[in-house]
Write a protein that binds this ligand. Sequence first.
Ligand code: CA
Length: 509
Amino acid sequence: MDPLYVKVHARDNVAIIANPGGLPAGARFADGLMLQEDTPQAHKVTLQDLTEGEPILRYGQVIGNALRSLAAGSWVREDLVAMPSAPNLDELALATEVPAAQPPLEGYRFDGFLNPDGSAGTKNILGITTTVQCVAPTVDYAVRRIKAELLPRFANVDDAVAITHTYGCGVAIDAPGAAVPIATLGHISRHANIANSPLVVSLGCEKMQPGRLLPSDPAFPVFDYAPDLIRLQDERGFAETIAAIMRAAERRLEVLNRRQRQSLPASQLIVGLQCGGSDAFSGVTCNPAVGYAADLLVRAGATVMFSEVTEVRDAIHLLTPRCATPDVARDLIREMRWYDEYLARGYADRSANTTPGNKRGGLVNIVEKSLGSIAKSGTGAIHSVAAQGQKVTAKGLVFAATPASDFICGTQQLASMNMHIFTTGEGTPYGLALAPVIKVSSRTTLAERWPDLIDLDAGRIATGEATIESVGWDLFHLILEIASGRKKTWADHWGLHNALAPFNPGPVT
Ligand code: CA
């Protein structure tokens, strides 16, 4: 392939190398630009001479300032870029450029499981939740037996899942920060894909008692966990405990097995968006394609969540104008401020986000990473903001505040979502047991290296073989197929399911 660079915005004075394997010094692009030095794929090259201190523009935004003068065709390495400070939260425009609603998309449906609370399941799973880490190996043991001895008799049930985690005791359970993991685990324990109703296994003496994990909710009359609560300290030994869990599981499987998929509108989808192992292509291929699919989902009436506070913080000035009302914009700023203060308590800031893999993938700093990350949110108005640990109930595009760590963000989004889209540049085999995770690659080289892990290749956008629109539509259709159980993600095919990792900003005792 001829030397090719990808420039995102007309104002940009840098572009990224598209050629797999990178390009050598002396390579000449179609417009006559010549590379000054060997430059890896996805890394940036200057399109014109830059003087010391001059702003470096990508996505039409300043990603930093040149630390020395750079001739046209130079490799823009991390050590040549001074990072700008984050946008001031007190000087942001609130709901000043609210995008007009796009025309509704009618007629798109999927086959899902309708739940007692009105939510839709994309899977039909027996969920066994836990109040504390102490019981996790016992529940894992029981689930292995359930899968081997019971599940084969219940053809309509997809899986049995132990909802285990590291929380539950040895924590300041009444501290304000504790509300985040407790709420997250409570919502996951009533997930749409377990028909809102888990078996509950408790130890007995733990801080997070069953009533705290699952407070009785008058708006939730179907849930009555008392008959399906097993307390290990009330049982007579291990074998009796396992037998009790198996008996409760069998009763529950009989109920779940009677459930049938039915045609439901696409508006019943709650789709969580995330990126992990991002590279400089993420912001021009997979993330905009996901953004296009996000716009389609919103037009179809669905809920689309984007998250990862430290990956939107440096692009916040582009998001507050898009909020539907000044109040929504203020909610968004509240979540940014909360996280700034959380990081400051640990003597860190948002620049702690970028990884060695991000940098290898051509991202020089968190500003550049954020500008690419927010492309996942598409182009529509931001309708609502959910605080850390809060369940998303609104329709349309929602910002749900979470950390950016893949497995922590995924756990927190799982509290609300029945479908997960995950974009990746460097690659990760990440998956979740309770909701399907569709993985979209930023580069074709990754999709070719991992043909049995990546579900959709967006890298073809960089070479012009596909468009943002075409990959966006492909993803939209793939979401409906997987939500209907007609297709499986690679993560589900192999059973790659990451452990839950609830975010605990509160103290441990
Ligand atoms: Ca992430």
